[in-house]
Design a protein around this ligand. Structure first.
Ligand code: TRP
Length: 473
């Protein structure tokens, strides 16, 4: 599809039309502000009205500023109140609220669905497994089409899992494990194939890295991913820089996606500008392609209709909104999604962590002593300034990072609830809460390091070799 000028409405999808109406509205406003000639303003208004009409014809709804059509919401640069709204895109997560991003609002803005009690109960019924604590505690909080996946599973129809990681450095932190821990659980309870994409190309394009370095980071990250316990007979892990050049079917899907997404669309979704390199502009097609089963003919026997389920952090949703919009137009099922919240930085839930700041999180390479020092020194506390005040008023779990980390890593529900009660009432002090977190993370990380140490390059190679997995299609 070509990039169409304003007014050529007919082949535009609802989001494109929405963007055109928004842009034209801005144009009218600026013409008025500049006191342009009446003719010029009238012409712009006329075009605006005809675009609004096209929008209504396409969506059945009136254009409403700030409310893009569902399932294809531009985020970062969408209209909204910059001071109140959280800012979320694949590269930046920012909020002024110490409790972190307002996820209920995000569900509305992104047009996804909340993972509610009913859905969690259904997952339990269908799989016969107690729902993972990430589900029970709202850490995976939003989804798209998860009920379709459960229908498929109940009807013995196959589906597969896809997740990924951008290897921006050798060092992964505990937060990076969240999607992988959850994906491993999904793989176990549903017994399905899993593909894991390492977007070393993405990191090369976005960061100051050589391609060689990006690939090297990918391989180092793969070891941490394998250490989460994935089954080699059911899992294919690939680096874009390596696998793409070996797979004609994967590349065909990339090109199909590229043909069906315009520059306007990616600008609307990702905020790209005219001066971004073309590598960035076309990259979303590469992250979209693994959502389609024909990208992996060796696994799916070239079947094109096997649905994909993608567990990811909510900041990755823009990629998959784009993917879901394209899918039916190129003859594939839309991928379903499960979205997680962000893992808070030690300093507070306002921002996403940075792998370049060693104090912003607990790294998988940290020693027990480093873990202890970092938590004691840097974990933002919701406790009161003095012991007297704390005993009197209690601490605030909503902003306390140590408590938040426990919701991720302390599996025992009763113990977590006790801690919450005791901290909120003031019976438990910040130092004691931190001690519990330290004692939870130290063994967890030591065990991870132990497993990682034992991974050989032969094993890495096995996971990364394109091959049939333990499933027949
Ligand atoms: N872009 C992601 C990142 O920077 C990596 C990624 C690729 C991914 N494919 C994915 C993440 C699928 C989740 C699901 O981390």
């Amino acid at each position: 599809m070509a990039d169409l000028p304003n007014g050529s409405c007919c082949s535009l999808n609802p989001l494109e039309l929405f963007e055109q109406v928004t842009a034209q509205g801005e144009k009218v406003r600026s013409l008025k502000a500049e006191k342009a000639s009446k003719d010029e303003i009238d012409a712009a208004v006329k075009l605006l009205l005809s675009l609004k009409l096209s929008y209504k014809t396409a969506t059945g709804q009136d254009y409403k500023a700030g409310s893009p059509p569902a399932d294809f919401t531009p985020l970062s640069n969408g209209p909204g109140n910059a001071e109140e709204d959280d800012f979320v895109d694949p590269w930046t997560v920012q909020t002024s609220n110490a409790k972190g991003v307002d996820y209920d609002k995000l569900i509305v803005r992104f047009g996804s669905s909340k993972i509610d009690k009913d859905l969690i109960n259904r997952i339990e019924r269908v799989t016969g497994h107690k729902p993972h604590h990430f589900l029970r505690r709202g850490i995976f909080f939003s989804h798209r089409d998860m009920n379709q996946i459960l229908d498929a599973y109940e009807n013995k129809k196959p589906f597969y899992l896809y997740t990924g990681r951008g290897p921006s450095s050798e060092a992964m932190h505990v937060g990076h494990l969240v999607p992988f821990i959850f994906t491993k659980w999904l793989q176990e309870v549903f017994n399905v194939p899993l593909v894991i994409q390492l977007t070393d190309d993405e990191k090369y394009l976005w960061k100051d890295l050589s391609v060689e370095k990006a690939y090297q980071y990918a391989i180092e990250n793969v070891k941490d991913i394998i250490a989460c316990g994935f089954d080699v007979n059911k899992t294919f892990i690939f680096s874009d820089l390596h696998y793409l050049g070996t797979s004609p079917e994967f590349y065909k899907n990339i090109v199909k996606i590229q043909k069906h997404v315009t520059f306007n669309q990616v600008k609307g979704i990702f905020g790209f500008s005219d001066s971004d390199c073309i590598g960035k502009i076309s990259f979303p097609a590469i992250q979209a392609a693994p959502s389609f089963s024909t990208s992996f003919p060796q696994i799916f026997n070239s079947k094109h209709d096997i649905q994909c389920l993608i567990p990811c952090a909510i900041d990755q949703d823009p990629y998959f909104r784009m993917t879901r919009d394209v899918a039916p137009r190129i003859g594939f099922p839309k991928p379903a999604l499960l979205h997680s919240v962000f893992f808070p930085a030690l300093q507070g839930a306002q921002t996403k962590m940075s792998a370049s700041d060693p104090n912003s999180s607990i790294f998988l390479t940290d020693t027990p002593k480093q873990i202890k020092t970092k938590i004691n020194k840097h974990a933002f506390s919701g406790g009161k300034d003095t012991i007297e005040e704390h005993r009197k008023y209690g601490g605030n779990c909503d902003v306390d990072v140590s408590y938040m980390y426990l919701t991720f890593f302390l599996e025992d529900d009763d113990k977590l609830e006790q801690i919450k009660q005791a901290y909120s009432s003031g019976a438990l002090l910040t130092g004691e809460l931190k001690k519990t977190l330290i004692e939870t993370l130290q063994p967890l990380i030591a065990a991870h390091q132990q497993r990682r140490k034992q991974i050989t390059s032969e094993e890495v190679k096995q996971f990364m070799t394109p091959r049939k997995l333990a499933f027949d299609y």
